[in-house]
Write a protein of this length. Structure first.
Length: 293
């Protein structure tokens, strides 16, 4: 299937440490890797490995960081026809500390690049895509993009809600799949995914599928105000690298929806894929080794 992902590509500088440092510590990293990151592009490279035809839409700076981004997207066969080059900014960069003991990832992100705009999005031929996935950012512009996708009908549309942002709730009725993070749920005062989905379910269409991930406690899925499904069966044996695990989970969801799996299998496949990801470093070789995905 043909998938467009709208969102960011970043440069990730990832240091692995034996124990997470305290403030004002000076510690040695046990390993370092520099790679492309960014939620939308992380999701796309996994979908590409699952056999989909993927295109990224986002902004790129004219600096050396962008070369690494395009090389990596090329390597995973993700097309950049809708990448918009911009003069004067910098590649968004994340300094990531990966704690090898817990697998947690702490991110300090620096951003100095204009966001992808509705104006950029008007150049996209929507008929070319079966599914369009958006990162929940730059809300006023995103709202216009979602209206355009909705007016056309026909393609699936997903929205990732990772961080609370002013006005983001207005977008919930505009997509067929809403992917919530634990962080968002907590900031809104919920103690688990079930209660978030119960609250949000009142404001969306009855066919809207909503999910919420919660680390070791698994993930929940609910369609409108329908039955709540919980999955906690796929824990990684070893938690090595949780960077981008949510983005991988989202790829598993989109894949399952496009393959028209049952909702139980959609959630199970996404949890399985995310568990496989946290047990390995990076995103390579995630598809096709077992089970639903
Ligand atoms: C992981 C990630 C990293 C990136 C950061 C941006 O989900 O996409 O690759 O640096 O989040 O917020």
């Amino acid at each position: 299937m043909r998938i467009l992902g709208v969102g960011t590509a970043t440069l990730d500088i990832i240091n692995s440490v034996a124990i997470y440092p305290s403030e004002d510590d000076e510690v040695r990293a046990l390993g370092q890797r520099i790679s492309r990151g960014g939620n939308a592009t992380n999701t796309l490279i996994v979908l590409s490995q699952l056999g989909h035809d993927c295109t990224w839409a986002g902004t790129v700076a004219d600096d050396t960081g962008s070369h690494l981004i395009s090389q990596d997207l090329n390597r995973f066969d993700v097309a950049m026809d809708h990448a918009v080059p911009l003069a004067g900014g910098h590649t968004p960069t994340s300094c990531v500390t990966l704690d090898l003991k817990t697998g947690s990832r702490t991110i300090v992100h620096f951003r100095d690049l204009a966001e992808y705009s509705f104006d950029n999005f008007t150049g996209v031929d929507l008929d070319r895509f079966d599914w369009i996935h958006f990162e929940g950012r730059n809300i006023p512009e995103l709202e216009k993009m979602l209206l355009r996708v909705r007016a056309r009908k026909g393609s699936g549309c997903s929205l990732e809600i990772e961080k609370p942002r002013a006005g983001i709730e207005q977008l919930f009725p505009m997509t067929s799949l809403l992917m919530f993070s634990r962080h968002y749920a907590r900031v809104r005062g919920f103690e688990d995914g079930a209660s978030l989905l119960s609250a949000v379910g009142r404001d969306v269409e009855e066919t809207t599928v909503m999910t919420c991930t919660w680390g070791k406690r698994g993930a929940w899925l609910r369609e409108g105000q329908g039955q709540l499904i919980h999955n906690h069966s796929h824990r990684a044996d070893v938690v090595l690298d949780s960077l981008g695990a949510g983005d991988v989970f989202n790829a598993g969801l989109i894949h399952g929806m496009l393959e028209k799996h049952t909702k139980i299998d959609v959630l199970d496949g996404a949890c399985r894929l995310a568990a496989r990801k946290v047990g390995q470093s990076g995103f390579e070789g995630l598809a096709g080794t077992s089970g639903v995905c």
